[in-house]
Design a protein around this ligand. Sequence first.
Ligand code: SAJ
Length: 414
Amino acid sequence: MKICVLGLGYIGLPTALLLAQKYKVVGVDVNRKAVERINKGESPFSEPGIDDLFEKTKKNIVATTKVERADVFLIAVPTPLENSVKVADLDYIKSAAEMIFPHLNKGNLVILESTVPPGTSERLIIPILEKCGLKAGEFYIVHCPERAIPGNTIYEMIHNDRIIGGLDNESRELARDLYSSFVEGNLYLTDIRTAEFVKLMENTYRDASIALANEFGQMADESGINIWDAIELANKHPRVNILNPGPGVGGHCIAIDPWFLTENSTKCRMVSLARDINNSMPNYVLKIVREMLEDVEDPVITIFGVAYKGDVDDTRETPALKVIKLAQNDGCSVKIYDPYVQDFEYEINNLEDAVEDSDCIVIITDHSEFKEIEPGKISRLMRRMNVVDCRNMLDKERWERAGFYVKVLGDGRL
Ligand code: SAJ
């Protein structure tokens, strides 16, 4: 059996490699450079375990820029948000379907893994695929949304349960057989539209939970309560699990997917409120910084971390960008240190340059490496010794012993 995977990004590439353990895989991507790197056995991004998978499967996978005949077509392309109108931009999905239909034959299976608004498979994808001259049912189609978390993608792709939403039983059964080749979690079968909705509910649930934590964090600052101690105590309740406040929600999924739920609905108050709260967190971070540096002339701040979360190199939708722009508009000079990220809108400095003559370090991303920094070594380079820790990740006493003033977001000390 031959599988054609369209989209070789954070989800498509690991999925293609996992499938290549058993099947012949052709990976297709419009990015020529990515295709060249993949054919050399290199991943265009870092992810634990991906190099070993390449090594194991290189005989079974080839990357190219053109779709070709196959038994299974798997779509894992991005679905960005049209930000000004908060509506899904489905152009990549449409063009993937357009690329598939000339090669589609009776009995082939099409799998959509990309996240889409409910109804997209039936209203948009199937009509494009049917341009091949066959009716859906003569070819098979499922939506099997990915569920793996960046930073632990491969482990989660193997171990997480999956939802397979199929047009009919044959579609579901074919997809189940395919995913069984590498998924050790359970495979739950349903219809396409439910699968589309379930995926969006999952990420929206997380977004709303983080929004609640963020609101609690700001309330705690107002009330002189340490939110981190308070959450720990509240979570001792058997049915309470409050998440962590932070500088906002980034990444290509949680910051975007909730809007896919709202675009066809009038019942979207909680969903959009959660988005608003999380989007306002960079403003809250800047408020803290501003109060801290009130009397400082020509303030310089150092952003620690522009990746959207710890220990990854992905900066998509990072809250750091808004913090940086707000700080610049406020008259601050901004320097950046991120040991994971190479490409970003702004220059990334090495640690020493980033903290030199700085008035305040602002920790946006919880990279483990920040915990290893020796505060005594960088304090000498800084103009003022302030830290805003938006992730509650530093050993505060150690930094205070080195002479730093440490404000943790939500620690009740404003
Ligand atoms: N964050 C907080 N507080 C928390 C947890 C997270 O502020 O307590 C922030 C993170 O720093 C980050 C953002 O939220 O900026 C999102 O990070 P994340 O680790 O919660 O999730 P993602 O976006 O990396 O991956 C999510 C996952 N979905 C769920 O957990 C429901 C993953 O399983 C999905 O596969 C992925 O979205 C996706 O591709 O849809």
